[in-house]
Design a protein around this ligand. Structure first.
Ligand code: IPM
Ligand code: MN
Length: 361
């Protein structure tokens, strides 16, 4: 198989974790006889510095021409004081919108060997395997108007939460499709006791559920969902929710695994290339120090192999290698307990490659 991958390293630890991901992809190519080629693009702060925009047109083109996109992270203190349209985050939001990447999949699986890394009790997190399906191109992130204005001598500020019915339908349907091949349960998360958009969301969920008789549907208010996630996370299979709720819940859910440094994600459209990225962000405080945990990016590569290229065996090999390095006790700084030895980004990647070469699937 020949695939061309658009690579957007971005800012902070983005370039470090992306290069780890590419080493893994190359090794998969070598073992399984695939050819992966890479085309690099700029996004975020680096793009602002070099091209005065967080998302150059050329980057969008590179992504559109690719078979899949690998992204590191965007943002950092250097660009925090710029106006809204010139912030690194705008690049990320822009690429999601330009490619219509409406379905953001954020799996949360607790590795047996990492259960002591979580701040929660082992009996609570043991066996957790849930998937957050977050709407990614609508809601309050994109609604208009968004502005500050003067009204009656006072500053007034507006953000707008908008959804079309079809935007809700396609993401909820995606949630059901995924649940149908998992444990068959959808928790639709909303705030229907307050928001009109959530009331429509709930209506749509009930409607779509009719097409999936084998899948159980439950509705949950987002505040309750936040609480249930740490009270009893094993109750969840697929959680489907709107953009901002999903943003918040997925950071919370990441702590079930012990570190934000473990969570991969994929963002899918209808037919175009998907975008694969760790959810941890640019971590400017540790950038350039070789401390970043590459495992979320490597797990994102696993998702790319599985969801984008339907390379199940290859994806399994990556997963097995991840399981093995963790169960053998290798840790990056974010995962290590006091007094425990931790590996650098490169050392962890070396270990993983060593294991990968020996994995048989
Ligand atoms: C994420 C991030 C982004 C978001 C930021 C960087 C714009 O937090 O991917 O979760 O809010 O979507
Ligand atoms: Mn987030």
């Amino acid at each position: 198989m020949k695939k061309n991958i658009a690579v957007l390293p971005g800012d902070g630890i983005g370039p470090e974790v992306v290069s780890a991901g590419i080493r893994v992809l190359n090794e998969i190519g070598r073992i399984f006889n695939h050819e992966f080629t890479y085309t690099y693009g700029k996004i975020g702060g680096v793009a602002i510095d070099e091209e005065n925009t967080p998302l150059p047109e050329a980057t969008v083109e590179i992504c559109k021409q690719s078979d899949a996109i690998l992204l590191g992270a965007v943002g950092g203190p250097k660009w925090d004081t710029l106006p809204g349209h010139l912030r690194p985050e705008k690049g990320l939001l822009g690429i999601r919108k330009a490619l219509q990447l409406f379905a953001n999949l954020r799996p949360v699986t607790v590795y047996e060997s990492l259960s002591e890394a979580s701040t929660l009790k082992e009996e609570v997190i043991k066996g957790v395997d849930l998937l957050i399906v977050r709407e990614l191109t609508g809601g309050i992130y994109f609604g208009e108007p968004r502005e500050r204005r003067q009204q009656n001598g006072e500053e007034v500020v507006v953000d707008t939460l908008t959804y079309t019915r079809s935007e809700i339908e396609r993401i909820v349907r995606k949630g059901f499709e995924l649940a149908a091949v998992r444990r068959g349960k959808v928790t639709s998360v909303d705030k229907a006791n307050v928001l009109e958009s959530s009331r429509v969301w709930r209506e749509v969920a009930i409607e779509i559920a009719k097409d999936f008789p084998q899948v159980e549907l439950e509705h949950m208010l987002v505040d309750n969902a936040a609480m249930q996630l740490i009270r009893n996370p094993r109750q969840f299979d697929v959680m489907v929710t709107e953009n901002m709720f999903g943003d918040i819940l997925s950071d919370e859910a990441s702590m079930l695994t012990g570190s934000l440094g473990m969570l991969p994600s994929s963002s899918l459209s209808d037919g175009g290339p998907g975008l694969y990225e760790p959810i941890h962000g640019s971590a400017p405080d540790i950038a350039g120090k070789g401390l970043a945990n590459p495992l979320a990016t490597i797990a994102s590569i696993g998702m790319m192999l599985k969801y984008e290229f339907s390379l199940e065996k290859e994806a399994d090999a990556v997963q097995q290698a991840l399981d093995t390095v963790l169960s053998e006790g290798y840790r990056t700084a974010d995962l290590a307990r006091e007094g425990e030895k931790s590996l650098s980004t490169d050392e962890m990647t070396d270990k993983l490659l060593e294991v990968l070469a020996k994995v048989t699937v």
